[in-house]
Design a protein around this ligand. Structure first.
Ligand code: F6P
Length: 560
């Protein structure tokens, strides 16, 4: 039964956007340049950097170390035109319901629309309510930061705990970490996401309920992990404070679900709202960013929004061929669909950006990890890449071996700030030198002759082949002047729009996430079975056996 449905669905396969005539041209072009080496491209074109680099505000993108020529970029831009990137972009910015499977607009851009021109959803300009929430966030944060907002015993708040997961955790956490140099000196932030009890337990162990403020962050306010952790925190708080009336001073909520917030016991007056047209992984600009506002203050948060808005304006108005997010997306498509690259590495050379890879994993893979297009057809072309990464310097001493000499093609983004937040200039120079050296090494490689000459290896018996680097590995370099709120806003928006453009070219709805549902559904079925009286038999042999093994082996601990 299951397999016949599968076969039938397979028959509905469509030709797909990757069969456009321009894609056939791209395919032929790829075959023609596949053997070309970037070191030769640089040798024959001294203006290659000027041709393939672009500055937008305080961001410089150097994409010259890619396996591209002028013809490649021309064809890729044609692909973007034929996929109607410009039309979809306008549909997004003007509030059309481009999230078709959920019948929702996609308007994280409205949250940072600092020019404030009207954005209409269902006949209503959303800007007044966007601005009102930003005001409320700022006013509330100021009360906490100044010490006016006190805990139930009259103590100042010293610790803020954000309880959330996915977009309600990764975005705020990444931004908080990135903007640490701007944080309030007396407020410590904590982020609890994992349902593993060790996370909440460890985090709360070090805290004092009298001086702790919890933010329960959940778009739906139904997410099991978040609600379980929030209830635990509530019980932990009540164990000491002894009175429900004190909850109002120690628990606030960020959600779209007012009723569920009230049912939890949080005063709706202490709820900061956002709307269904903000996707979870695009929500750090909304009230979900409350922990950011508390940490760095309203002014810095607005600078973050302004940075994102500057990138939005660039994305909306720059020609496709000189449009930073479009260029990154086209390069993504180039490697994904024409070179067979499976993954894409994010390599920040900045300690403060160490959570960016994890943030982008969700942003990209939850958006474009899809095998059905926006019209419900099964795609017959690769879509979203596996996004992964870590801080570059640490990676150099760990996984870069594979980048340099492995058999896979792994395009990588190298990200660095020109000005450091520390005064340790020697450290920074070493960091920058490594950043530059790695992209050069990946591109140039080292030939057999160079290896022998440089290493004084005259004979093949001296493992020469092991020391040769093929090079020709693509990378982008993204340089920020300094990791300020404004530059960070630009950087995040750059990636958001890159993901959008790739989704348009692959004809995906990048704004739903049905792929997360099945696991949630099965987990709620399995949960009561873990302590069932009789052996469980309703699953496949493996799952049954594992559940029953757990039942048997956990009895001594649970006392069943
Ligand atoms: O399960 C995936 C997901 O829905 C993400 O898309 C989202 O960011 C996360 O869970 C958290 O959801 P919520 O904010 O509703 O708790």
């Amino acid at each position: 039964m299951t397999s016949s449905v599968f076969v039938q669905e397979k028959r509905n396969e469509v030709a797909g956007p990757l069969h456009r005539p321009v894609c056939l041209q791209l395919k032929a072009h790829q075959a023609a340049i596949a053997a070309a080496h970037m070191r030769d491209m640089f040798a024959t074109d001294p203006a290659r950097f000027e041709r393939f680099s672009l500055q937008v505000g305080e961001l410089l993108l150097d994409y010259s170390k890619n396996r591209i020529t002028g013809e490649t970029m021309g064809l890729l831009v044609k692909l973007a035109e034929e996929a109607d990137v410009a039309g979809w972009r306008e549909r997004m910015f003007s509030g059309d319901k481009i999230n078709n499977t959920e019948n929702r607009a996609v308007l994280h851009v409205a949250l940072r629309n600092r020019s404030n021109h009207p954005v209409i959803v269902d006949g209503e300009d959303v800007m007044p309510k966007v601005n009102a929430v930003i005001e409320r966030l700022g006013a509330f944060a100021e009360r906490v930061r100044s010490g006016e907002w006190r805990g139930y015993t009259g103590e100042r708040i010293t610790d803020i705990v954000n309880i959330g997961i996915g977009g309600s955790d990764l975005g705020p956490q990444m931004v908080y970490q990135a903007l640490k140099p701007y944080r309030h000196p007396r407020l410590k932030m904590h982020f609890i996401s994992n349902i593993d009890g060790a996370h909440v337990k460890e985090a709360l162990e070090a805290l004092n309920p009298e001086t702790t403020l919890f933010i329960v962050s959940s778009k739906t306010f139904t997410t099991q992990e978040t609600m379980t952790n929030a209830h635990y925190a509530r019980a932990w708080f009540l164990a000491q404070s002894q009175a429900e009336k004190h909850i109002a001073r120690h628990f606030v909520a960020v959600s779209t679900n007012r009723d569920a917030v009230a049912a939890f016991g949080i005063d709706p007056a202490n709820m900061f709202e956002f709307w269904d047209w903000v996707g979870g992984r695009y929500s750090l600009w909304s009230a979900i960013g409350l922990s950011i506002v508390l940490a760095v203050g309203a002014e810095r948060f607005v600078e973050l929004l302004e940075g994102a808005h500057a990138m939005d304006e660039h994305f909306r108005h720059a020609p496709l061929a000189a449009n930073m997010p479009v260029i990154l997306a086209l390069l993504g498509v180039w490697y994904n669909n024409f070179f067979g690259a499976e993954s894409h590495a994010i390599l920040p050379y900045d300690h403060y950006l160490r959570s960016l890879p994890a943030y982008l994993e969700q942003a990209d893979m939850e958006s474009n990890g899809k095998s059905v297009d926006r019209d419900g057809n099964i795609v017959d072309y690769p879509t979203g890449a596996i996004v992964w990464g870590a801080t570059g310097i640490n990676g150099q001493h760990a996984f870069y071996q594979l980048l340099h000499q492995g058999t896979k093609i792994i395009p990588a983004d190298f990200i660095v700030s020109i000005e450091s937040h520390t005064e340790l200039q020697e450290h920074h120079d070493i960091l920058i030198a490594n950043f530059l050296a790695q992209t050069e090494a990946l591109m140039r490689g080292r030939t057999r002759e160079e290896t022998q000459r440089e290493m004084g290896l005259a004979q093949t018996g001296q493992f020469v082949s092991h020391k040769v680097f093929d090079g020709n590995h693509p990378s982008n370099a993204i340089l920020l002047q300094k990791l300020t709120p404004h530059a960070l806003g630009m950087l995040i928006a750059l990636y958001e729009h890159k993901i959008f453009v790739e989704g348009v070219i692959w004809n995906l709805n990048s704004y739903d996430q049905w792929g997360v549902e099945l696991g949630k559904q099965l987990a709620s079925r399995i949960l009561p079975e873990l302590h069932a009286d009789a052996p469980v038999a309703g699953h496949d042999a493996s799952t049954n056996a594992l559940i029953n093994y757990y039942r048997r082996m956990s009895h001594p601990r649970t006392g069943l």
